[in-house]
Ligand binder design. Structure first.
Ligand code: NAP
Ligand code: MG
Length: 493
C-alpha cells in the first residue's frame, strides 16, 4: 500500500463501481392515499389531493389527501375519543402494542427503506442502515418504559399522560421523526395526530398500515397529510400538546400561536453546528467524521457539522485530505447501494441551497466542488467545500441544509469556543482531539445540546437530543423524551 493511487487527470476516481440498484418490487403503492383517522383510511372532507414525487426522477409516486381544518378537527376528535381507554389500559398491555409496531418495522424494514429512498431521495444504504433500524429501536426503547413510568421519575408523584398530542415533522428523516414523536407519546399513554411533511408522506402512511396490523385501538394514532396549512390547523386544534420538528422560522410562528393557550410545546429546530478539529486529532478519522458530519443525508440534517473549525497547523493537511475524499463520494441514484450522496429533497430546497452557495461566492469565499456527472432529471447538488470563509458570511451563519461545508480556522482553544458559539443556534457540536481533558473542557463551554467527541451524527434512543437558543427547547430520546408527554400529580410539568 505504499504507492499512491493514480488518478486520471480529470480528478475522477481510478475505477468506477458497477451499479447495484435495489429493486423497488417490494413496494406496492396505491394510486391514492386518504387520511388515517380513527383506524381507517378516509377520504378528505376538503376534497383535495396532491401528488407526491420522487426527487431523483421527478415521477409522481402517488396522490395524497390534503387535510383542511375540518379534517384535522375530525382527527383530533378521534384521538380525543380514544384517549380514555388508551390511558386506562394496563401499562404492560400498552407496551405490547408499541413492541408490535417495533417488530413490524423490523419485519418490513426493506420495504420501508426502499420507500423512504424513493420518496425522500436519501441513499438506500442510509435508509436501510440508519433510518429504519433507528425508528424500530425507538419503538422498542419506549415500549420498555411504558410499565415503568412511576419508577422513571422518582419523587415526582404519579405520572399521567398529557392527553392528545399534535405532532408535526419535517422531510429529512420522515419515518425516524415519526418514531421520535409517536413512540414516547404512546408509551406514556397519550393519543396522537401526526402531520408528516408535504414532500415525504409515504412512509408515514405505510406506518399507518403497520399500526392497523398491530391492532392499535382506532384513533390512538391518526395521520393527516398536507402542507404547512394543515400543520397550522393542527397547532390551532383542540390538542393538549404540540411537538414540532422543523425550521426555526415555523417554530417561532408556532410559539406565538400557542402562547397563552395552555398547550404544552416542544420545538426541535435548525442548527449550524461547529465540527472542531484540533491539531492533535487523529486526522484520517477526523476526515471521515467531517465528511459524514456534512454529507450524510445530503446535509439535510439539523445537527449537521456544517461549520468546520480547523486549528491552523493542520489546515493544509486536512483540506488536502478532504478534497481527495470528496472526489470519491458517489452522487446519484438513491436506490443504488453504492451511492453516498442522493437527491436533494425538493426543487425548493435545491433553490435554497443554490442561492446560499451563490451568496458564498459573492461574499468572497472560495468554492471547491469535485467533478461528478449528475443525472439529468431530479434535484442534485455537488458536494461543496468553502474555504476563506469569515464569520460574517451568510454561509457561516445561516443553515444551508444541503451538502455544503464552510471551513474556518482558529489558533487557540478559546478562539475555537468563541467561534463555535458565535451562532444563534445551539443544537450540536463535534470535537476531534487526542486529549480527554480537552474534550471535557470544550464540552462544558460549547452551547450545544449534543457534543460528540471523535465521532459525529451518532444517535441512540436512550440518549436525549435537542437544542439551545434558536435550535429550540425540550428533548427527545431517553427519559428526557418522556417528560414532555407526562404530567405529575395533576398538572405540574
Ligand atoms: P418546515 O417548513 O419548518 O416544516 C416542518 C413541518 O412543519 C412540515 O411538516 C411543514 O409542512 C410544517 N409546517 C410548515 N408551516 C407550518 C405552519 N405555519 N404551522 C405548522 N406547521 C407548519 O421545515 P422543513 O423545511 O420541512 O425542514 C427543514 C428544517 O427543519 C430545517 O431548518 C432543519 O434544521 C429543521 N429540522 C430540525 C430538526 C431537529 O431535530 N431540531 C430535525 C429535522 C429538521 P410542509 O412540509 O408542508 O412544509
Ligand atoms: Mg416547509
Amino acid at each position: 500500500m505504499s504507492e499512491a493511487i493514480e488518478r486520471p487527470a480529470s480528478g475522477a476516481p481510478p475505477w468506477e463501481y458497477a451499479s447495484a440498484p435495489e429493486s423497488t418490487d417490494i413496494v406496492r403503492l396505491d394510486d391514492r392515499y386518504g387520511l388515517f383517522i380513527g383506524g381507517e383510511f378516509v377520504e378528505p372532507k376538503s376534497g383535495k389531493w396532491f401528488a407526491t414525487i420522487s426527487p431523483s426522477t421527478e415521477e409522481t409516486l402517488a396522490e395524497v389527501a390534503e387535510a383542511d381544518v375540518t379534517d384535522v378537527a375530525l382527527a383530533v376528535d378521534a384521538a380525543r375519543d380514544a384517549a380514555p381507554a388508551w390511558r386506562g389500559l394496563a401499562p404492560a398491555e400498552r407496551a405490547k402494542y408499541v413492541f408490535r409496531i417495533a417488530r413490524q418495522l423490523q419485519e418490513r424494514a426493506r420495504e420501508f427503506a426502499v420507500l423512504e429512498s424513493m420518496n425522500g431521495g436519501k441513499p438506500i444504504k442510509e435508509s436501510r442502515d440508519v433510518d429504519i433500524p433507528l425508528a424500530a429501536a425507538h419503538f422498542f426503547y419506549y415500549a420498555g418504559w411504558a410499565d415503568k413510568l412511576e419508577y422513571a421519575f422518582p419523587g415526582r408523584g404519579t405520572p399521567e399522560p398529557v392527553g392528545v398530542a399534535g405532532q408535526i415533522i419535517p422531510w429529512n428523516f420522515p419515518l425516524l421523526m415519526a418514531a421520535w414523536k409517536l413512540a414516547p407519546a404512546l408509551a406514556a399513554g397519550n393519543t396522537a395526530v401526526l402531520k408528516p411533511a408535504e414532500t415525504t408522506p409515504l412512509t408515514a402512511l405505510l406506518l399507518a398500515e403497520v399500526i392497523q396490523e398491530a391492532e392499535l385501538p382506532p384513533g390512538v394514532v391518526n395521520i393527516v397529510t398536507g402542507a404547512g396549512e394543515t400543520g397550522a390547523a393542527l397547532v390551532d386544534a383542540q390538542v393538549d400538546k404540540i411537538a414540532f420538528t422543523g425550521s426555526t422560522e415555523v417554530g417561532k410562528i408556532i410559539r406565538r400561536s400557542t402562547a397563552g393557550s395552555g398547550k404544552r410545546l416542544t420545538l426541535e429546530l435548525g442548527g449550524k453546528a461547529a465540527n472542531i478539529v484540533f491539531e492533535d486529532a487523529p486526522i484520517d478519522q477526523a476526515v471521515e467524521g467531517v465528511i459524514n458530519g456534512i454529507f450524510f443525508n445530503q446535509g439535510h440534517v439539523c445537527c449537521a457539522g456544517s461549520r468546520l473549525l480547523v486549528q491552523e497547523p493542520v489546515f493544509d493537511a486536512l483540506l488536502g485530505k478532504l478534497k481527495d475524499r470528496l472526489q470519491t463520494l458517489r452522487v446519484g441514484d438513491p436506490l443504488d447501494k453504492n451511492t453516498d450522496v442522493g437527491a436533494i429533497n425538493s426543487r425548493a430546497q435545491l433553490e435554497k441551497i443554490e442561492e446560499l452557495v451563490e451568496s458564498g461566492v459573492g461574499e468572497g469565499a472560495e468554492i471547491y466542488q469535485p467533478e461528478c456527472l449528475l443525472p439529468e432529471r431530479g434535484f442534485w447538488f455537488r458536494p461543496t467545500l468553502f474555504t476563506g470563509v469569515s464569520q460574517s458570511h451568510r454561509i457561516a451563519r445561516e443553515e444551508i441544509f444541503g451538502p455544503v461545508l464552510s471551513i474556518l480556522t482558529f489558533r487557540t482553544v478559546d478562539e475555537a469556543v468563541e467561534k463555535a458559539n458565535n451562532t444563534p443556534y445551539g443544537l450540536s457540536a463535534g470535537i476531534w482531539t487526542e486529549k480527554g481533558s480537552r474534550i471535557l473542557h470544550m464540552a462544558q463551554r460549547l452551547r450545544a445540546g449534543v457534543v460528540w467527541a471523535n465521532t459525529f451524527n451518532r444517535f441512540d434512543p436512550a440518549s436525549p437530543f435537542g437544542g439551545y437558543k434558536e435550535s429550540g427547547f425540550g428533548r427527545e430520546g431517553g427519559l428526557h423524551g418522556l417528560e414532555p408527554y407526562l404530567t405529575f400529580d395533576g398538572g405540574a410539568p
